[in-house]
Design a protein around this ligand. Structure first.
Ligand SMILES: [Cu+2]
Length: 435
């Protein structure tokens, strides 16, 4: 290589290292916004999410949740798999696993449940039904993490729910993870079996190196050998010497002996074992309360105003007068401050718009037994900053979300999923003909 070429390649190397460094700067988010709008709006409707320190019950409103190594974090909430689930995304009816999104094994999961059923294994869910979940974690490593609830759906990937920043301090050495087995032994899961794992990995690595080393030593391999065998045709076997045969036989015999020895020794040391359980667990679902029913008449998204307008008929069959308090879609929550005043964001990443919802209604409260036509406007720059406006580029312009009604005392709440066709509007709402 010439000197100039060397300099050029060094510069290139430096530049690519710099580029990698730049794109891998500390991540303050991890792809929440990268998922398609339709995936976030029309897959899992997460709501009532609460993430807090399980020991002290502290919410740490407006700041990170502060924890020490060994402290427990509780994530709980509700979700409804959308009735408007996109056609191209695999369904929750196949296999779903309740998970938590944190970068690596920063926590251990102590318990996780959907509608009270332990979620050690996967399950199936149904569209339009209500599920309550709970995940209990124990802090294992220090650091600052964005802890999400996640549903991992077979074929569709992880669908992430809301998150809170969790700040874990303390010494990693202090972490304890001991369990008592059914046979009464106490095991430290952090170190249990680690020696034997290292032994077998090193053992097979050496065997593999020896095998490759034998075939690659001195003589021409890979392409030259391939060409030679092709040329020789039926006589290709003549390439193998007697030594090759003996060495191969020794390797083969050795591998068999090692595997069998490993098996018998393990049987001797651990006579009682159970295989990993892989079946699916059935979860009973809950029905949504249909006391307040709705019919979407029209839904429009006004692009310049980042404003979403839904006109709907609301029929109140509940015993209380009700009005819309909030609307949630794609993880964003728009609040009607007339009904729910004084709400503030839990932290700077909370996707809450405390006054993002305006309700145009002929009556302050929709009385029991009546039907009213109302219009709600969900307006906030978050539509843009959370990249949900890309919804209008989807081949099927559809939306979904959860709408929440409250009675005047605030004690009764009714909620439904709403969804349907969404029409983009490029000017003012009035400028478009009504449908
Ligand atoms: Cu996050």
């Amino acid at each position: 290589m010439k000197k100039s070429q060397k300099v050029i390649s060094l510069v290139m190397l430096f530049l690519s290292a710099l580029a990698i460094e730049m794109v891998s700067m500390p991540a303050f988010a991890h792809g929440e916004r990268a998922q398609m709008a339709s995936l976030r709006m029309r897959t899992i409707n997460w709501f009532d999410t609460e993430i807090f320190h399980a020991g002290t019950g502290e919410r740490f409103h407006g700041e990170d949740i502060k924890m020490k190594i060994g402290d427990e974090l509780l994530i709980k909430g509700k979700f409804v798999p959308s009735e408007w689930w996109p056609e191209h995304v695999n369904s929750v009816e196949d296999a779903v696993y309740l998970n938590v999104g944190v970068p690596g094994p920063r926590f251990i999961r102590i318990d996780s449940r959907i509608n009270g059923v332990p979620m050690i294994r996967s399950t199936r869910l149904e569209f339009g039904k209500l599920y309550e979940y709970e995940v209990r974690l124990k802090a294992r490593m220090p650091g600052r993490f964005h802890a999400h609830s996640v549903l991992s759906i077979e074929g569709a990937g992880p669908i992430i729910g809301p998150a809170r920043w969790v700040d874990v301090t303390g010494n990693e050495e202090d972490f304890e993870n001991s369990i008592t087995t059914m046979t009464g032994d106490t095991l430290n899961l952090e170190t249990y079996g680690i020696r034997i794992i290292i032994f077998w990995n090193v053992f097979w690595f050496i065997v593999a190196l020896g095998w490759l080393g034998y075939w690659f030593r001195k003589r021409p391999t890979v392409m030259p050998r391939y060409i030679k065998t092709t040329e020789l045709g039926d006589d290709a076997d003549s390439q193998l010497t007697m030594t090759d045969m003996i060495v191969s036989f020794l390797f083969f015999g050795g591998v068999l002996v090692a595997t069998a020895t490993g098996y018998f020794v393990t049987q001797q040391l651990y006579p009682i074992t159970t295989p990993l359980q892989t079946g699916k667990v059935e979860v009973p679902h809950k029905e949504l309360d249909n006391s307040v029913s709705l019919e979407v008449l029209d839904a429009r998204y006004r692009i310049p105003g980042r404003s979403f307008k839904i006109t709907l008929n609301v029929t109140n069959n509940s015993p209380h007068p009700v009005q819309v308090g909030d609307y949630m879609s794609g993880g964003l929550r728009f609040i009607n401050p007339v009904i729910l005043p004084g709400l503030t964001r839990a932290d700077s990443h909370d996707l809450l718009s405390p006054d993002g919802l305006t309700v145009e209604t002929p009556v302050d409260w929709i009385q029991p037994g009546t039907t009213e036509k109302i219009t709600i406007y969900a307006d906030d720059a978050m539509w843009e900053t959370q990249r949900l406006t890309s919804l209008i580029y989807d081949p099927d312009s559809r939306f979904a979300g959860m709408i929440f009604f409250y009675d005047p005392s605030g004690k009764h709440r009714y909620y439904q999923e709403i969804g349907g066709q969404m029409i983009p509007v490029f000017g003012e709402y009035q400028a478009t003909p009504s449908i």
